[in-house]
Design a protein around this ligand. Structure first.
Ligand SMILES: Nc1ncnc2c1ncn2[C@@H]1O[C@H](COP(=O)(O)OP(=O)(O)OP(=O)(O)O)[C@@H](O)[C@H]1O
Ligand SMILES: [Mg+2]
Length: 236
């Protein structure tokens, strides 16, 4: 479970990137974080993988709490979280295979195990045929699928995706969404921040709407009427 209790984030002297956030996400949920640019979506996600810690309040992620967490514990927490970004963050001059293998190599897994697992992961994102290609030669949609395979390498309990379709066309976006859906059906929680209301409008997932560092009331309900989505979409 992920829990935010009275969480506020100030970046330096700029107050109120997040203001008094209270929320819960349960294991196995697919949660969408929606809201206009600057509303605090990435800040909320960064708190979950403890890239930043709250200025006040407490974030609890599984058995870890932001209250007095040590750097070593943060590393352990991150081993259990897969993160996917808008700009993929692949190592361009490395092969597809090596990009996915890297987190496993760092952890010191045996080569034979790594080879087997990376094959399974690449097969799952439908890129086994590209395993020896340099990452730089892939299409943007393919790059994001490699990033997702890499995020899954350590069998995380949650995948956090910050605008994963932000650089992708419609077809590739749908592809990435269905991949995340499949990951979620297999039991991994998924938390996805997105601007792309069109892409997610027919999905039944929990929605958290943010504005000005606050969660709008009516969050965590399923199937909020489309009217609400349209209001937010028109603001963009
Ligand atoms: N590193 C930082 N230093 C100072 N202010 C920041 C920093 N990161 C974010 N902010 C500010 O915090 C607020 C929330 O930013 P955040 O990146 O969480 O929004 P977002 O909803 O993810 O936006 P976008 O849709 O553009 O990605 C914004 O006002 C932003 O300018
Ligand atoms: Mg953001």
């Amino acid at each position: 479970m992920i829990q935010f209790r009275q969480v506020t984030v100030n970046y330096g002297y700029v107050p109120g990137a997040l203001k008094d956030i209270n929320l819960q996400m349960h294991d196995g949920d697919f949660t969408l974080i929606l809201g206009p640019t600057g509303s605090g979506k990435s800040t909320l996600l960064r708190l979950i993988y403890m890239d930043i810690l709250p200025s006040s309040g407490v974030v609890t992620v599984d058995k870890w709490s932001s209250f007095r967490i040590s750097p070593r514990q943060i590393n352990r927490l991150r081993r259990n979280i897969g993160v996917v970004f808008q700009d993929f963050k692949l190592i361009d001059n490395m092969s597809v295979f090596d990009n996915v293998a890297l987190p496993l190599v760092i952890e010191g897994y045996r080569r034979k195990y790594i080879r087997k697992l990376v094959h399974v992961l690449l097969d799952e994102v439908n890129l086994l045929q590209s395993k020896d290609q340099r990452a730089s030669t892939l299409s943007l949609g393919e790059k994001q699928r490699v990033a997702i395979a890499r995020a899954m390498a350590k069998n995380p309990f949650v995948v956090i995706a910050d605008e994963p379709t932000g650089n992708l066309d419609r077809e590739a976006s749908k592809n990435v969404l269905s991949l995340l859906e499949r990951i979620n059906r297999n039991g991994t929680s998924v938390i996805m921040a997105t601007h792309d209301y069109e892409l997610i409008k027919e999905t039944p997932y929990k929605r958290i709407y943010m504005e000005n560092g606050e969660v709008l009331p009516g969050d965590r309900t399923i199937n909020i009427p489309n009217k609400r989505i349209n209001i937010l979409a028109n603001k963009e």
